[in-house]
Design a protein around this ligand. Sequence first.
Ligand code: ADP
Ligand code: MG
Length: 340
Amino acid sequence: MAEKDKWIVKCPKCGRINQSCQHISRQDVERIVQLLKAGVEVYESEEEMEHLEEHLPRPDRGKLYALTPPRFDLGDVVMGKKTREAIEDALVEIRNKGLIFQRWGMKKVIRKNKGLSLLFAGPPGTGKTMTAEAIARVLKKPLMIVNYSQLENMWVGETEKNIEAVFQEAVKNDAVLFFDEADAVFHRRGMTLAPWTNRDVNVLLNHLENFSGVSILATNLARVMDRALDRRIDIAVEFEIPDVEMRREIWRKLVPKEAPLAKDVDFEALSKKYVLSGGSILNVVRQAMRTALKRGKRHRITHDDFVKAAERELKKSDLMSRDHMTQWKIEPRQRLGGYA
Ligand SMILES: Nc1ncnc2c1ncn2[C@@H]1O[C@H](COP(=O)(O)OP(=O)(O)O)[C@@H](O)[C@H]1O
Ligand SMILES: [Mg+2]
């Protein structure tokens, strides 16, 4: 096809080019160009599409995931008691897998030498991604972040191959597999708005079940997760909006020692007054720094800078919660050996 910027739209009736006519309105012309630029392809039948497929380049598997060396330690994450205990359970099992499965005989009970899969559920910004990185770091493994938008492919059967490729690569790299925002895929099968076909979800679930390494799924919406996923999850870890003590600690961790603070800054008051997630606190810190900088480089960050930024952040998170984050709740289960 021609270069992307040189689309020519021609009316089949009167032959006018790139202009509106009595058959095609200007909006039509604009819309067509817009869609073509976005890469929309139109086929008259499935046969035509299959025929074309042979001549089109296959999607690049290289971008199905990102392998990253983990940046965070477990000590960087401020966790509530329940969360920490569940993470400790996971680490104990991973570290003693040989013992549990071989010497203590769990292999005979489970009949499969499987890995461990964790579900991280909780509101945005509560440290799920961070903790996934920290776990990979403790285990001295890279974190493999799966890119759904690349996995899912319009070519029939291609999504399945992509999923296979991802799991193969995870084994090859001895990586911790991370499905961030897993609700995008593991929605309840049969839900109409589901972007993934049931078949693809099944394929993914099966691979997950047979994966011998550590896999972590993170979600903001535990409620809409597929029930079949439940059986494949060994330990569910709930991440909560931090309480006042945790917030105090998060403020301490997220405001660097080097930051030029005015004398009046009172983190105790900020922790008490503003119920914010760690991610939101991070936003507030950065915004307060920007506000101070706008006054000039020599200016210190004042308490008022933090207050204004916190008010703003609260409004933002309130908007988001009204949008799609209506109360979610999961049964936190911490089952050791409760495999399906
Ligand atoms: N519990 C926490 N302890 C310390 N920092 C946190 C915590 N939660 C969030 N943060 C900060 O917010 C950032 C975003 O958090 P993230 O792990 O991406 O949240 P989630 O994945 O749950 O949406 C982190 O990189 C960290 O700086
Ligand atoms: Mg995240």
